[in-house]
Design a protein around this ligand. Structure first.
Ligand SMILES: [Zn+2]
Ligand SMILES: [Zn+2]
Ligand SMILES: [Zn+2]
Length: 743
C-alpha cells in the first residue's frame, strides 16, 4: 500500500478533469481525493503500487478532450488507509496566486447535438452544452471557473440539471454553463426598428424566413452578435456593404455542414480537419469553379477565396434546420469598433438591422471568430480568437518579473508573462476608435483580474504614435521598447521556442523603422537588420496607403522626368490630372509629405496599380489578395534585381518601360521575384529561416517560398498557431524581453 500526491498544472480546470480523475481512480480501486486549487489540480491516491502505476498511465493516455497537462509534481506520502475516493470542493485561495489557466470557448460537441435531437429537457434547446464543449472565456468574470463567477450565476439549476452537475460520472459534472429548456437562458426575437418583441413560437422558422426574404438579422452567438443575411442574395449583400461602408472586404459565410462547404469551395484534408475541429474557425478556402450552391458574387469580389465556417452552437444548428443556403455571418460592429455583445448596442449603432435574435445569457468577454488558412499543408493563423484564445505558450524557464506586452495598433492583441506562462489574449482589433481603445484597456483589466496580475515591466512598439505606446508611457512602470519588425521575428521564435540567430524575413505593411524611413521589407541576421528593400517615397504620406496609384507613380518619378512620365500610356498616370501630376512630382523631388518606405506591402500596391487591377483599395491587404488572384503558375519569369550594400533594388520600372505585359504576367513576376530573393539570401547566409509579417498572409508567396527553401534543404519556420500579422506583435515583444533576460 502506498500513497502519492500529484500537483497538476495546465488546462485542468473546467474541462472535466476532476471527474476524469475520479473515474480512473475508482476503476483502479484507489482511495484519496482530488480538488482544484488556485494554480491547478491537487490530488492524492492510495492503493497498490501496481494500480497507481496504471492510474498514472491512464492519466496521460485518456485525458478529456479539452484538458492539457503541462507539468506534474509528485511526492510519496504515508498511507492514511482511507476507504473511498472523493472530489473535494475548491480550497480557499490562501496564497492568492491565481494562475489556473482559462480555457477558450468550444464548439458544440456531437453528443450535445444528439441530446438536442432527443426528447427531453434538451430537446431543441439552443444552449445545450457539457464539459467537453460550450462557452468558457466569453462568460467568465473571474477565476476560479465556478458558476458563481460566470454570467450563468443568475440562472438557478433545475433539479435534473443539478443532479447531472453533481454526478462525477455525468458528462455535465461541473459543466458551469449547464442549463436546459426549463432552467436556462431564454431566446427572444425583436423588431429592430420598433424595438418590439415578436412572439417566440417557431422562432427559428421565423428567423429563417426573414433571412430568405432578404432581411438582415443580428444573431447573438458565443462571443458577440453576427450580422446575418442570405449569402446568395446580391441585393441584401450590397445593402449591407453600403451600410457598413465596406465596399469590397470579403464577408465570411457560415454553412450548415461540410457537405455544403465542399459544394462551393475546394477543401483539402487539412482544411476539413480545421473546419470540423472543436475550435470551429473561419477557414479561407479556394472558391470552387463549379459551385453547386448559388453564392452572391459580392461576398468576396475580385478574389478567388472565400472564408467559411460551420455552424458551431446549437442555436446555429437549429436555425439551419430551416435554411438551405449558407448565410453571411460577419461580426456585428461599427467600422473598426469591437464586436457588439448587447442588443441595445445593435439597436443604437446598427440602424440597418431588421431583426434581432437575442438571449439573456450575458457575454462578459467579447470574442470574434478566429480566421485561419492552410499553407503548404500547415495551418496559418490570421486571427487568433474564439476557440484558441486565451492561448498559453509554455516557457522553458520562469520569468522573474511579470511582463505585459501591449502589441501593435492594428489587429491588436496583448500578452502576459508570469512564471513560465506566456498568455496571449484574443484578437482585440484596430485601435483607431475610442471604443476599440476602451476595449483594449478593458481586456488588460480583465486579465489582471483573472490572474491577480500587476506588471513589473511593460513592453511596447517603437512607434511613438501607436495608442499602445502612448498608453504604456503613462503607466509609470519600467518600459522596454522593441522594434516592430524584429517583434514579428520574435513572435515566430516564441511559438517554436527558438533561441539563437536566425535569418528573419520581416515583410510587412508600413511600420515605424529607424525614425527616417518607414520599414516593412527588412531582413534580419540575428537581431541586426542586414538587408532591406530600396525605399519608395509615399506621395501624400498616409494617403498613399489607400491609393496604390500614388506608389506606382512615385516609382516612375524615381526613374523618369515629369515630362517623360506624362507621355506614358499607363493607367496609374492617367488617374491624375496634369496639375496633380505636377504637384505630386514636386512633392517627390522636394520630399514634401513624401515619407520613404521599404515596405513590401507597398510594392504589392505598385504592382496592382501598374497592372491596372486596382488604383485605390479599401482594406488592408487588398493588394496582396488581388495580386494572388492573378498569379499564374505557368508564368515563370521574374524581374531583375540587384543587392548593393544590403539594399535590394527590384527593377520593376525598368521592365515596365521596356516590355509588353498583361495583368497575370506582372503579378506572377512580382511574387516569383520575392521568392527568388528569399531563396538567394537564405542560400548565402546559411542560417535557419524565419518568415513573418503581414505580407506572408499571402498564401501563394508563402507556399512558393516554403517549397523553394525545402528544395534547397534550408530549414524554415512560419507561425502556425499564432498570428503572423500584427496580431502576433505582443507575443514577439514579450518573448523579446524573456529572451534578452529583461525580466
Ligand atoms: Zn457537449
Ligand atoms: Zn435544467
Ligand atoms: Zn507588422
Amino acid at each position: 500500500m502506498i500513497r502519492k500526491s500529484f500537483l497538476i498544472y495546465g488546462v485542468v480546470q473546467g474541462v472535466g478533469f476532476r471527474p476524469f480523475i475520479y473515474k480512473i481512480a475508482c476503476k483502479n480501486k484507489l482511495c484519496g481525493f482530488v480538488k482544484n486549487d488556485s494554480e491547478g489540480v491537487e490530488l492524492e491516491v492510495e492503493g497498490s503500487e501496481e494500480n497507481i502505476k496504471i492510474f498514472e498511465e491512464q492519466l496521460h493516455a485518456q485525458l478529456p478532450p479539452l484538458a492539457r497537462i503541462d507539468t506534474i509534481k509528485t511526492k510519496e506520502l504515508e498511507p492514511l488507509y482511507e476507504k473511498s475516493f472523493e472530489i473535494r470542493e475548491s480550497s480557499i485561495y490562501a496564497n492568492n496566486a491565481k494562475t489556473a489557466l482559462i480555457s477558450p470557448d468550444i464548439a458544440t460537441c456531437h453528443e450535445c447535438l444528439e441530446d438536442k435531437k432527443k426528447e427531453g429537457k434538451y430537446h431543441n434547446y439552443f444552449a445545450t452544452n457539457c464539459t467537453n464543449c460550450g462557452p468558457r472565456y466569453s462568460i467568465i468574470k473571474t477565476v476560479p471557473y465556478d458558476r458563481s463567477n460566470t454570467s450563468m450565476d443568475k440562472f438557478a439549476m433545475c433539479e435534473s440539471c443539478l443532479e447531472e452537475y453533481k454526478n462525477p460520472l455525468s458528462r455535465r459534472y461541473h459543466a458551469q454553463p449547464i442549463s436546459c429548456n426549463s432552467c436556462g437562458p431564454k431566446l427572444s426575437l425583436w423588431h429592430a426598428q420598433s424595438k418590439t418583441a415578436i412572439d417566440e413560437t417557431d422562432i427559428f422558422k421565423k428567423v429563417a424566413d426573414f433571412i430568405e426574404s432578404g432581411k438582415i438579422v443580428a444573431i447573438k452567438g458565443i462571443g458577440g452578435f453576427h450580422i446575418v443575411c442570405d449569402a446568395s442574395n446580391d441585393a441584401v449583400i450590397l445593402k449591407l456593404r453600403e451600410f457598413k461602408n465596406r465596399p469590397t472586404k470579403p464577408l465570411a459565410i457560415m454553412c450548415k455542414d461540410s457537405v455544403q462547404i465542399k459544394s462551393l469551395a475546394c477543401v483539402n484534408e487539412k482544411e476539413e480537419e480545421l473546419l470540423t475541429s472543436k475550435e470551429a474557425p473561419i477557414v479561407i478556402l479556394k472558391k470552387s469553379l463549379f459551385s453547386y450552391v448559388k453564392l452572391s458574387k459580392f461576398l468576396a469580389p475580385n478574389i478567388d477565396r472565400i472564408g467559411c465556417m460551420l455552424a458551431y452552437t446549437p442555436l446555429h444548428h437549429l436555425l439551419f434546420q430551416y435554411l438551405n443556403t449558407p448565410i453571411v455571418a460577419t461580426s456585428a460592429n461599427l467600422g473598426d469598433e469591437p464586436i457588439l455583445t448587447k442588443m441595445e448596442d445593435i439597436f443604437s449603432k446598427l440602424p440597418f438591422i431588421d431583426f434581432v435574435l437575442d438571449f439573456n445569457r450575458e457575454i462578459i468577454n467579447g470574442v470574434d471568430d478566429s480566421l485561419l488558412q492552410v499553407v503548404n499543408g500547415k495551418t496559418q493563423t490570421l486571427r487568433l480568437s474564439r476557440g484558441y484564445a486565451p492561448k498559453v505558450i509554455k516557457l522553458p524557464f520562469k520569468s522573474e518579473k511579470k511582463i505585459l506586452a501591449v502589441g501593435a495598433n492594428a489587429k491588436n492583441s496583448i500578452a502576459f508573462v508570469m512564471g513560465n506562462n506566456l498568455i496571449l489574449s484574443p484578437h482585440i482589433g484596430d485601435l483607431d476608435s475610442l471604443k476599440a481603445f476602451e476595449y483594449f484597456e478593458r481586456t488588460i483589466e480583465t486579465f489582471k483580474r483573472f490572474y491577480d496580475f500587476e506588471p513589473d515591466i511593460i513592453v511596447h512598439d517603437k512607434h511613438p504614435n501607436y495608442e499602445t505606446t502612448k498608453w504604456a508611457k503613462k503607466q509609470n512602470k519600467e518600459l522596454v521598447e522593441v522594434g516592430h519588425h524584429l517583434a514579428h521575428i520574435y513572435a515566430c521564435k516564441a511559438e517554436f521556442g527558438l533561441s539563437g540567430d536566425y535569418l528573419g524575413f520581416s515583410f510587412d505593411g508600413t511600420g515605424f523603422g529607424d525614425g527616417k524611413i518607414l520599414w516593412g521589407g527588412e531582413i534580419f541576421v540575428g537581431d541586426e537588420r542586414k538587408y532591406h528593400f530600396k525605399p519608395i517615397k509615399l506621395l501624400g504620406g498616409e494617403k498613399a496607403i489607400k491609393e496604390p496609384r500614388r506608389v506606382a507613380l512615385s516609382m516612375l518619378f524615381d526613374a523618369l522626368s515629369l515630362e517623360e512620365v506624362q507621355e506614358l500610356d499607363l493607367a496609374c498616370v492617367k488617374e491624375f490630372s496634369p496639375e496633380n501630376l505636377k504637384l505630386l512630382h514636386q512633392s517627390h523631388t522636394k520630399n514634401l509629405n513624401a515619407p520613404q518606405s521599404s515596405s513590401v506591402g507597398r510594392m504589392f500596391d505598385a504592382i496592382v496599380s501598374f497592372s491596372d487591377i486596382a488604383q485605390t483599395i479599401s482594406y488592408e491587404g487588398e493588394s496582396g489578395l488581388l495580386c494572388e488572384s492573378y498569379y499564374d503558375e505557368n508564368r515563370t519569369r521574374s524581374f531583375n534585381y540587384a543587392i548593393t550594400d544590403g539594399v535590394i533594388d527590384m527593377k520593376i520600372v525598368e521592365f515596365i518601360l521596356n516590355n509588353k505585359f498583361d495583368k497575370k504576367e506582372l503579378n506572377s513576376m512580382f511574387i516569383n521575384t520575392l521568392v527568388e530573393i528569399i531563396i538567394s539570401i537564405s542560400k548565402k547566409e546559411k542560417l535557419k529561416v524565419i518568415l513573418s509579417g503581414g505580407v506572408f498572409q499571402n498564401k501563394t508567396l508563402l507556399e512558393l517560398a516554403a517549397c523553394g527553401l525545402e528544395k534547397e534543404n534550408i530549414s524554415y519556420f512560419f507561425q502556425q498557431q499564432t498570428a503572423i500579422n500584427d496580431g502576433g506583435i505582443a507575443l514577439g515583444q514579450a518573448y523579446f524581453c524573456v529572451k534578452n533576460n529583461i525580466g
